[in-house]
Design a protein around this ligand. Structure first.
Ligand SMILES: [Mg+2]
Length: 173
């Protein structure tokens, strides 16, 4: 079974293995400087293109980078980000330049629309189909954490503060 086109292998580490799934923005990449593009109250008012196009300038979040580096070599590290396909090259370059330990990068494909949580859920389900034994997931979006817990995953919330001004009907169980 060949992997989906929107999955980019870096080391070629096996997918059918213990795995840790790391979110990128707000966990490893500091997007504070471009959050203002999303200040609009409705989706139409948000400048998503501006937000994504500024990604090359993201500082590294030192704790996120160190955490990725500390993961045992026999665990497959997957960076799972809802970043759009159009900034794939910039994202790969950023991960390489900043030496972020990972084996796979999963981003949205050319037609990967829809809410981030729904999209991430399908990718996590696919990873399981490929044999990934997902031991831990890290994310800074409360909606993603709720979805991951619902899937029966061990999910760790990382506080970026990017979602504080939004109210979600989210409950952690
Ligand atoms: Mg995030």
């Amino acid at each position: 079974m060949s992997h989906p086109d929107n999955w980019t292998p870096r080391t070629g580490a096996a997918l059918a293995a213990p795995a840790v799934i790391l979110d990128l923005d707000g966990v490893i990449a500091d997007t504070e400087h471009r959050q203002h593009f999303l200040a609009g109250s409705t989706n139409r008012d948000k400048d998503w293109a501006g937000f994504f196009n500024a990604c090359a300038d993201d500082p590294v979040i030192p704790a996120g980078k160190a955490l990725a580096a500390a993961i045992s070599a026999d665990i497959t590290v997957v960076v799972l980000t809802a970043r759009i396909h159009e900034i794939r090259e910039e994202t790969i370059a950023w991960l390489d330049t900043n030496e972020i330990r990972h084996d796979w990068l999963i981003m949205r494909g050319p037609r990967g629309g829809g809410p981030s949580s729904d999209w991430k859920r399908t990718q996590l389900e696919l990873l399981r189909e490929f044999g990934a034994d997902i031991r831990l997931t890290l994310d800074d979006d409360p909606r993603n954490i709720a979805m991951m817990l619902e899937m029966g995953l061990t999910a760790q919330y990382i506080h970026s503060g990017y979602y504080l001004d939004q109210s979600f009907d989210v409950e952690f169980r």
